[in-house]
Design a protein around this ligand. Structure first.
Ligand SMILES: [Zn+2]
Length: 562
């Protein structure tokens, strides 16, 4: 072989390597340019792609070039998962999506991507091209010489350490060093949870873990019964709806006296009552949900693992139960309690999806209401006002301005941006008002005995106390704690249960907590369980005011809130 032939051979090889690399990293390019995470920043897109390249090249340190490129075929094989997910949700694969892969819902999801067959053909074609290019690699020797290896190690370890320090510095903006270190321990792996193809493996691992946890929890309580009994005739049509809000605080609703009219629709709704002094018993979602949905309390959280949930109590009385949700798909507790529901409509979008509005749940509500069930208990789990607030509402709800736009960075949450943050948050209130009034309108049309019970899982800090922001801190505040609780009842309900309405009106100012929900939802539906506690029912005159309210923080410590 002449020198010239060798040179041209080397050039051909480089072109082949570049092509193979480009094919492998197509999902990463797709993520950087279509995912909502980096929508606002070219630097972040570049950083993501740089990190992708480093991870891609790691096998080349240990394997010979042909072997390493063969190994990288995995990138191409898995790519449809990432790309489909990005097309549907503008976000990379998550564990909810991997859980769905085992279920029939996926076929429903895939119907959304109309040209599915075309994509499948393109995918197979690319795999074939990749394999043909692989066979063109003549020598199977290491890609890097020892000097190049050394440079690569320096650059890659520098990148990993740099990324860690960046994560730590984000924590240090609002936290002490110890707290920031704890934050970084959780947040650092998250940086890789979005990196294709690692995201697929991490999501699969989490999905398997969740599935096993759900099975274990279900087995433990398989024989549990509430011995629930309904006082209503079997022929009565009853539709009861529980709406679980997210991060909505009491004080920012216009109907609760806020200076902005953030709840114009609810203000005009008749038969709607707002409770004025309700505290959550946990300032984070995972703690708050079991306390609302089972007989667990902050003091005795274990009950949520020993007893079934409100859904099963309704089921014992012949109700069909439904769960409509656009969050918490990876929460084992929710997985357990919904596994026995009649119907479950859950999207796999979450907080990071820019296009995940609560109103997208309404077509599912229409569908459930159209079923001919005599008795229905429907839970709607919303995303409400979860950070990033601006992701929760569409353009026409940008009433309070300036508000945040796009995937703004956590570093933007600082007290100098307080007004902008509150504007953005208040727009989510407006959207919640719209969402709830839509739900009420739909139930009202069924002309039957019904209620809508709305409660938020916890509140939010918006720089009310110095630098205090978001929720879930170790020391809960009044702003995490004070939550909205609304009850709307139908005309038919009011005429059958005037005494319950009287009790509600009498109870509106009592100091209570979110754990009243389990007892209240049943009592409102005229259902009682074996050891019913009317002191915890908002529909009973026996409802007791709490002098000391206890709250669970995210370390699972109980703290008294005054
Ligand atoms: Zn929450």
């Amino acid at each position: 072989m002449t020198q010239e032939e060798q040179n041209s051979g080397a050039k051909t090889n480089i072109v082949i390597y570049l092509l193979l690399g480009l094919i492998c990293l197509t999902p990463n390019l797709f993520y950087a340019f279509t995912g909502s995470t980096f929508a606002d920043s070219l630097t972040k897109k570049a950083a993501y792609l740089f990190l992708s390249l480093i991870v891609f090249l790691i096998p080349f340190l240990f394997l010979k070039r042909k072997t390493a490129f063969t190994f990288s075929l995995l990138y191409v094989i898995l790519s449809p998962l990432e790309i489909i997910h990005l097309m549907m949700y503008k976000d990379g694969v998550n564990s909810g999506f991997m859980l769905l892969l085992r279920q029939t819902n996926l076929s429903e999801a895939l119907e959304l991507t109309s040209s599915f067959a075309v994509y499948a053909i393109v995918w197979i074609f690319i795999i074939v091209v990749y394999i043909i290019l692989l066979t063109k690699i003549r020598s199977n020797t290491p890609l890097f010489n020892s000097l190049q290896k050394r440079y690569f190690l320096i650059i890659s370890s520098g990148t990993f350490v740099g990324l860690y320090l960046y994560t730590l510095s984000l924590g240090l903006i609002n936290l002490t060093f110890k707290e920031a270190y704890r934050f970084s321990k959780e947040a650092y792996p998250q940086k890789f949870a979005k990196l294709y193809p690692l995201d697929i493996f991490i999501a699969t691992k989490n999905a398997i873990k969740t599935r096993n946890e759900i099975n274990r929890l279900s087995q433990n309580i398989a024989n549990f019964r509430f011995n629930a009994k309904s006082g209503n005739p079997i022929t009565d049509k009853e539709v009861y709806v529980l709406v679980i809000g997210e991060t909505a605080r009491y004080a920012n609703f216009g109907i609760n006296g806020y200076h902005r009219n953030t709840s114009p629709h609810l203000a005009k709704t008749s038969s709607l009552h707002s409770f004025h002094d309700v505290y959550t018993e946990a300032n984070f979602t995972e703690g708050a949900l079991p306390i609302m949905l089972t007989r667990a309390t902050a003091d005795n959280f274990e009950i949520s693992r020993k007893e079934k949930s409100i859904l099963e109590a309704f089921k014992e009385c012949g109700f069909k139960t439904y769960w409509l949700s656009n969050q918490s798909f990876g929460n084992p507790f929710i997985g357990r309690i919904t596994s026995e529901s009649t119907g479950k409509y859950s999207t796999v979008k979450d907080y990071d999806s820019a296009n995940n509005y609560d109103t997208y749940l309404l077509p599912n509500l229409d569908k459930v209401l159209s079923f001919n069930d005599r008795k229905q208990f429907i839970v709607i789990h919303s995303l409400g006002s979860h950070f990033r607030y601006n992701f929760r509402y569409p353009e026409e709800f940008r009433i309070f301005r300036p508000d945040f736009e796009g995937a703004f960075d956590y570093t933007a949450i600082k007290s100098s941006n307080k007004d902008k943050l509150i504007n953005t948050y208040d727009n989510t209130m407006l959207f919640t008002d719209h969402f709830l009034s839509q739900i009420i309108e739909k139930i009202q049309k069924k002309s039957c005995i019904s209620y809508m019970y709305y409660i938020s899982d916890h509140g939010e800090n918006l720089f009310d106390i110095s630098e205090s922001v978001l929720h879930g801190g170790r020391i809960p505040t009044k702003y995490d704690a004070h939550i909205p609780l609304f009850i709307w009842t139908s005309k038919e309900f009011n005429s059958i249960f005037p005494e319950k309405i009287l009790a509600i009106q009498n109870n509106l100012h009592k100091s209570i907590t979110s754990s009243v929900s389990f007892h209240s939802l049943l009592d409102l539906a005229n259902i009682s369980v074996a050891d019913m506690n009317f002191q915890k029912s908002i529909a009973s005159l026996s409802l007791k005011s709490d002098s000391n309210r206890v709250m669970l923080n995210s370390n699972m410590e109980t703290i008294v809130i005054r």
